[in-house]
Design a protein around this ligand. Structure first.
Ligand code: GAL
Length: 667
């Protein structure tokens, strides 16, 4: 199996290329500018369905032939889209049933994109047919490097509640639960008179008078992620059949705010992992959010190199205020993804659109043309990528891991939990930030993963747990584990483990909680180690664990808030409250030190090592990105590849700048 876009020389660099938005006269200029910018890979045709299939079964491939020929002549590789992300008007008007429905029963109109129901047989048949037609036409085209199926599945429509989805949902439930009695048991339908006596009574969780059933909601989330995945696989399988040597992928959205798909499942189905990431301009720590996304994507890729399919050169057009990137920010963002395991970074998009919904979204070639800060920076980074091509194929090493679970996020995102102030994503990010501030590189792993090799494993709100034994084994074998509140509370059906919280982890942590005590909005409580907590406390008893800190005020004065339990050769920490910044930093550093992990200590400079081979010898590269206002010197010996200069023991990372050092030895 081919696991990377074929024929890309070095690190991939390019963008979505949408030539159909422009007269052909512009294309030659595009290609000339691409050469100047060092572009070697572009994604073509993502939203071209309406212009490739102008009516049912009537294709117009001529323009795409010419585009691919032009790109090939310029040595630019093509990640060719199956063009199925936006069904054309002829399809949605002939078959309005293709359109998705909201939980309130509103059928969404065409006129935007992604207006399809995942269970629609009409959409699926037409999408697969178009993928086949494209594969058959371009199977031997020399520019074809990879397939790009759909686009950002679930971005706009991740859940559809129509009648067809009801049927598909029932089939999915039958496969998961078998008999209807099992479903009744799993969903706890004895509550509120919800007992089902026939499968036909089971519907998608549409708008209801009050709270829905948690098992129903959770299974619908699982079903919806799987339904989109099945669509992706239907196209992928055709592509694999017609063009077996061409790798197939789709672009994930591992980013803040988007939690709709279980990417651990999706990652197993792509030939290489590709991701889109956009920073939130108003977030002063947006580079940390970027790093979080990049590390999580590397986890999805199983540690292998991955591709950043999209980010922006400057402003986007969908935030409340679309703030332009600072000089150097495009460059720092690109290197930060590379540092964390990407073997290429592409943008949305090549040339900024004149018309259409995204005309104020930045691009590699802005409205103002190439004589701009953006294009100059694009040219600079494109040239630099040529100097660091030896990074290709190298990988990142980490001794700390975070267990990430989209399904726990779905369950915790449901209504009727003890507090509305908890967000799974914010919680995981808070722990990631604390590790960032300690200067530690972090891997993300799925629930139940092999944890050997990690000195410290963090479980932030791992809510759905059937079996704690992988974590017990990790600790008994000498590993360290840090578990936070809202972990191990229910099984995978959402049924609460009885006997005291955190049910699945009680024994391992040596604690038992008798009652949750979430805090009032804005309330802060103090701990006797000087830290403070918001959002969450709980009435915890240490049943074997050592008490590290207790509350001095709030609803539970004197009650343990942080505990530490020695077990086998390892240690299991429990954080039973919503520790705020400094306290969380301190605890994280203590846990790291106990596990024997040392960080760089730099807060503004991200420092990541990639390891690989050059000419058969093991090599490490230190990639450092300075997000701060002052120059910083790091210990390093080797060659700084961007300047070509030897660094004899220390390298200066200029304020706002980056360095890539091929190390002679790790310092
Ligand atoms: C992505 C999408 C692109 C473009 C971009 C703008 O979500 O895949 O097509 O819309 O956002 O930021």
């Amino acid at each position: 199996m081919t696991t990377w876009p074929t024929g890309v020389p070095g690190l991939a660099w390019g963008a979505d290329y949408n030539p159909e938005q422009w007269p052909e006269a512009v294309w030659a200029d595009d290609v000339e500018l691409m050469r100047r910018a060092g572009v070697n890979l572009v994604s073509v045709g993502i939203f071209s369905w309406a212009l490739l299939e102008v009516e049912d079964g009537r294709h117009e491939f001529g323009w795409l032939d010419r585009v691919l020929d032009l790109l090939h002549d310029a040595g630019i590789r093509v990640d060719l889209a199956t063009a199925t992300a936006a069904p054309p008007p002829w399809l949605t008007s002939a078959h309005p049933e293709v359109l998705p429905e909201t939980a309130d029963g509103v059928r969404l109109s065409p006129g935007s994109r992604q207006s399809y129901c995942p269970s629609s047989p009409v959409y699926r048949t037409r999408a697969v047919a178009l993928a086949r037609a494209l594969a058959e036409r371009y199977r031997d085209h020399p520019a074809l490097s990879a397939w790009h199926v759909g686009n950002e599945y679930g971005c706009h429509v991740s859940r559809c509640y129509c009648d067809r989805c009801a049927v598909a949902f029932r089939d999915w439930l039958k496969a998961r639960h078998g008999a209807l009695d099992e479903l009744n048991e799993a969903w706890g339908t004895a509550f509120w008179s919800q007992h089902y006596t026939s499968w036909d009574q089971v519907l998608p969780p549409r708008a209801t008078p009050s709270l829905g059933n948690p098992g129903h909601l959770l299974d619908f989330d699982r079903f919806s992620s799987d339904a989109l995945l099945e669509l992706y696989k239907a196209e992928r399988d055709v592509l694999r059949e017609v063009t077996p040597g061409v790798p197939v992928t789709t672009n994930f959205m591992v980013t803040w705010g988007f939690q709709a798909l279980d990417y651990w499942k999706w990652a197993a189905e792509v030939d290489f992992v590709a991701n889109d990431h956009y920073t939130r301009a108003e977030d002063p720590e947006r580079h940390v959010d970027l790093a979080f996304s990049a590390d999580l994507v590397r986890g999805l890729a199983g540690g292998r190199p991955w591709l950043l399919m999209e980010h922006s050169t400057s402003a986007v057009n969908w935030q409340p205020r679309n703030i332009a990137k600072q000089p150097g920010e495009l460059r720092r963002n690109s290197y930060a993804h590379l540092a964390r395991g990407a073997d290429g970074t592409l943008f949305f998009q090549w040339r900024q659109s004149r018309a259409g919904a995204e005309r104020y979204h930045s691009a590699m070639v802005p409205h103002a043309g190439p004589d701009t800060k953006v294009f100059r920076e694009v040219e600079q980074v494109g040239a630099e990528y040529g100097r660091i091509a030896e990074l290709v194929g190298s990988t990142v090493r980490a001794s700390v891991a975070i267990v990430h679970d989209w399904q726990s996020g779905w369950a915790l995102g449901q209504p009727a939990h003890p507090t509305a102030d908890f967000s799974y994503h914010r919680h995981v990010l808070a722990h990631y930030r604390a590790l960032w501030r300690a200067g530690v590189t972090v891997d993300f792993v799925p629930p139940g993963a092999d944890l050997s090799g990690y000195r410290l494993v963090v479980l932030p709100a791992l809510y759905l747990v059937d079996d704690a034994s992988p974590y017990e084994r990790h600790v008994e074998a000498g590993g360290h584990l840090l578990v936070t509140y809202l972990s191990g509370i229910t099984d995978s059906r959402g049924h609460v483990h009885l006997g005291g919280y955190p049910g699945a982890f009680r024994d391992l942590l040596g604690v038992r909680t008798e009652e949750f005590h979430p805090l009032r909005e804005g309330e802060e409580v103090s701990l006797d180690d000087g830290s403070s907590a918001t959002v969450w406390t709980e009435h915890l008893h240490a049943t074997g664990a050592e008490v590290v800190a207790s509350y001095v005020d709030g609803p539970l004065p004197g009650v343990p808030a942080i505990t530490r339990n020695g077990r086998g050769d390892g240690v299991a920490w429990y954080v039973a409250c919503g520790l705020t910044g400094d306290g969380l930093d301190r605890l994280t550093r203590t846990a790291l030190a106990g596990a024997g992990v040392t960080g760089t200590g730099h807060v503004d400079v991200e420092v990541v090592r990639r390891g690989g081979e050059v000419d058969g010898s093991a090599v490490s590269w230190l990639v450092a990105v300075n997000h701060g206002d002052g120059d910083v010197e790091l210990p390093a010996t080797g060659v700084e590849l961007l300047s070509g200069e030897r660094v004899p023991g220390g390298v200066v990372v200029p304020a706002g700048g980056v360095v890539v050092v091929r190390e002679e030895e790790e310092v």
